[in-house]
Write a protein that binds this ligand. Structure first.
Ligand code: FES
Length: 344
């Protein structure tokens, strides 16, 4: 089987090279040579490993159409975990060189479940404490961890709502689905005191420095977790940009963390919180309508066009994009994390 040279070029123009056989995906080949590129699901479903091939040829395995839409495939975008080279390749990736590591040391650690609480009709709060003697939780707000279901090798990726800390604390908000392996674990087997393996952090979603430009954070459902982490980071570091959280749910019983959000807005002079319920009853006190409708109204009257941070289901993200396009907000002012289904 032929071997090909793969050159990965990062955002700032640094590069790393390694070889890859034709029957090997690029992420696996890099790991074999102790190079840990950004990846998460490693099954073509999350888009964490996305890059653009600027030289060479390849074949793509099965990927989720949401992680790599056809238009992107036509522009030579690739998911490296499902990309098999048929030639030497050069691939540009949208992250900086410091996101590439050369060992997994420190990336995986055990943690103990310290709190488990249903916070809405379909969301469970899962709090963990690092239990390997280390206290440090490293995190750029917006990143995620992989949590392994105890007794299996199945992992799922979730962004925590906390910020980095030296207490070993992590706070996850997890949507509980009817089907779903992690949901099954949470509903049936998880208990306080149980140990769970954690790996990370990973991911490139996060705050971007852009002067005093206002920040609008748009969260659908448990997309609130990374958004909360970012706003809590702003609070911790006294970042002065005016910011608004738009938190959307379909029904009132799906809303959670009203108390936490209200408290945060009380503590931060520069924060406004809008909790939006799409199918609200007459008694709902917050915003009525979809989060995108509420956002659109505000964007139309905004004196300064903000930077937007989106995290939620693809429908919400795509609808927000359309609104931004209509209002002339440039794509490079939008930072996002979509929830994507896995493909196998
Ligand atoms: S790691 Fe490649 S798509 Fe998730």
């Amino acid at each position: 089987m032929a071997n090909h040279q793969i050159k990965i070029i990062t955002q700032e123009g640094e590069s790393v090279s390694f070889d890859c056989a034709e029957d090997e995906d690029i992420i696996s080949a890099a790991i074999r040579q102790s190079i840990f590129l950004m990846s998460s699901c490693r099954e073509g479903g999350c888009a964490t490993c996305k890059g653009v091939c600027t030289e060479g040829d390849f074949e793509m395995g099965k990927v989720s159409a949401q992680a790599l839409p056809l238009e992107e495939q036509e522009e030579d975008m690739v998911l490296l975990c499902r990309c098999y080279p048929t030639d030497n390749m050069v691939v540009e990736v949208p992250y900086t060189f410091d996101r590439i590591s050369y060992s997994e040391e420190g990336k995986a650690f055990p943690a103990e479940i310290v709190e488990l609480e249903q916070v809405s009709s379909n969301v469970t709060k899962l709090c963990l404490k690092r239990s390997d003697g280390e206290k440090q939780i490293k995190l750029d707000s917006g990143q995620y961890y992989d949590l392994e279901i105890p007794g299996t090798q199945t992992t799922r990726s979730y962004s925590p709502a906390n910020i980095e800390n030296n207490n070993g604390d992590m706070e996850f908000l997890i949507r509980v689905l009817d089907e779903g392996k992690f949901s099954h674990f949470l509903k049936n087997d998880a208990k306080v005191g149980q140990s769970i393996n954690v790996k990370g952090p990973s991911g490139i979603f996060g705050l971007v420095a852009n002067g005093f430009t206002p920040r609008y954070f748009v969260a659908g459902g448990t997309g609130l977790a990374p958004i909360l982490s970012m706003v809590r980071f702003m609070q911790e570091w006294g970042e002065p940009q005016p910011c608004t959280i738009y938190f959307g749910s379909t029904f009132e019983e799906e809303v959670f963390y009203v108390e936490e959000l209200t408290q945060l807005a009380r503590e931060m002079d520069n924060l406004t919180v809008k909790i939006c319920v799409w199918k609200a009853t007459d008694s709902w006190q917050g915003e009525k309508g979809s989060v995108v409708d509420v956002l659109k109204k505000d964007l139309e009257s905004a004196a300064t066009k903000p930077d937007l941070y989106l995290c939620g289901p693809p429908g919400m993200v795509d609808a927000t994009y359309t609104v931004c396009e209509q209002l002339g907000i440039a794509e490079d002012k939008i930072y996002l994390e979509k929830f994507l289904p896995s493909v196998s």
